[in-house]
Design a protein around this ligand. Structure first.
Ligand code: LMR
Length: 393
């Protein structure tokens, strides 16, 4: 049966975890997969998560099935975290999903159920896994211009031109904040211009929000979602709780669909239920229960939000630290985009060969595109990192 199968290369991002773990060099630095790290390189369980877990352990009295949409309290709290005061609740459907990736996969199935030929426009570049995940589900993906690799800025004009040219009613995938991989997001004014175009052309916005709270703050990072939700008849939003709740391995995310009206919302809810049932039946409960417990309790929510602010501040600090170290180590090169970007990622602007040399000769790990996870930078490793980068330029 399986003789015709060939071995596949490891995933460009997740494959780095094993490579890094196998490296025995003491000075190794992991700037690969997007997980938050503290000043001593750890990814601890958040205190608010630990407290919620203790509470769940003491009070949970059943592990019986919850249903295809997961935990209703989780869905309600994620809806308000995402959309806040956008008064669309009768038009909004939110279901729990196995991580942000699971939410994207369910969204792909919904789009394909509506249109077997559906295609989605994605930013060039976009998250490494968007293409295999959405493409593998059966959607056709097409790029729109986003990042200028020479000047390290967003190509706003080219993006708006391209979106003016795509067929009417096209589906367009946006990153709500902390664009992965570039770390550069449109300003609020640029989002307003994008939204005007979306409305004018009848485009369907599909917003991936995997880093809410990592750029400017929980509400600020939801600007694009809320601004569009108040103006468009239909939209899709996928959330991940991997990063902002640090629940990476628990696989917790949400998918929200804004429908034309309450009747359409009911139809979509039934479709999402059937899609979940035919892929994984229902999402794993634990992470959703943790998030629902935190968001439903004032004290835990405040504790979580302050832990999130600490993560955000540390990343901003590390951006400045690396930028300054590079200014000293490679003064001829402009790395100012490091401090203009937000969230975990940005590009160093290196070739695949330079990235390979950093790994081979300096034990510095990053994705082949030279995307780095800035959370992997520390006061202890920044000098080694900056001189390693300078040496391969
Ligand atoms: C990343 O881009 O590193 C994260 O989103 C983790 C992943 O699954 O790729």
């Amino acid at each position: 049966m399986f003789d015709a199968l060939e071995s596949l290369p490891a995933d460009a991002i997740l494959g780095l975890i094993a490579e890094y773990n196998d490296d025995t060099r003491a000075e190794k630095i992991d700037l690969g997969v997007g997980v938050y790290r503290t000043a001593d390189g750890q990814t601890p369980v958040l205190a608010a998560v630990k407290a919620a877990e203790r509470r769940i352990l003491e009070t949970q009295d059943s592990k019986a099935y919850l249903g295809t949409a997961g935990n209703p309290a989780f869905n309600a709290s994620m809806q308000s975290l995402t959309f806040a005061d956008v008064e669309q609740s009768e038009r909004l459907v939110t279901v729990q999903a196995p991580g942000g990736s699971g939410a994207l996969r369910v969204a792909a199935a919904l789009l394909l159920a509506a249109d077997r030929e559906a295609s989605v426009w994605v930013s060039d570049p976009t998250w490494n896994n968007h293409v295999p995940l959405l493409g593998g589900a059966g959607l056709t993906l097409r790029p729109y211009p986003y990042y200028d690799t020479e000047r390290h800025v967003i190509r706003t004009e080219a993006m708006l031109d391209a979106l003016s040219d795509v067929p009417e009613s096209s589906i367009v995938l946006f990153h709500a904040c902390c664009h992965n991989p570039s770390g550069l997001d449109p300003s609020d004014d640029e989002w307003r211009a994008i939204t005007d175009l979306v409305v004018e052309r009848g485009l369907l916005p599909f917003i991936d929000m995997a880093y809410q709270g990592f750029a400017r703050g929980l509400d600020e990072d939801a600007f694009a979602v809320r601004h569009m939700a108040a103006r468009v008849p239909e939209m899709i939003v996928s959330n991940s709780c991997s990063k902002n709740f640090g629940l990476y391995r628990d696989r917790v995310g949400a998918l929200s669909v804004l429908a034309r009206d309450a009747d359409a919302a009911a139809v979509i809810q039934s479709q999402l239920s059937s899609i979940a049932r035919t892929i994984y039946s229902m999402p794993p409960d634990h992470g959703g229960a943790v998030v629902a417990t935190i968001l439903g309790d004032e004290a835990l929510r405040a504790e979580w939000s302050s832990e999130l602010a600490t993560m955000r501040a540390r990343i901003t600090e590390m951006r400045a630290l690396l930028h300054d170290a590079l200014k000293g180590a490679a003064p001829e090169r402009d790395f100012s985009h490091l401090v203009r970007a937000t969230g975990m990622f940005c590009f160093l602007g290196l070739s695949a060969e330079q990235v390979e040399a950093l790994k081979r000769d300096h034990a510095v790990y990053m994705v082949g595109s030279s995307r780095i996870n800035v959370a992997g930078v520390t006061a202890d490793n920044v000098d080694h990192l900056a001189s390693a980068i300078a040496s391969v330029l």
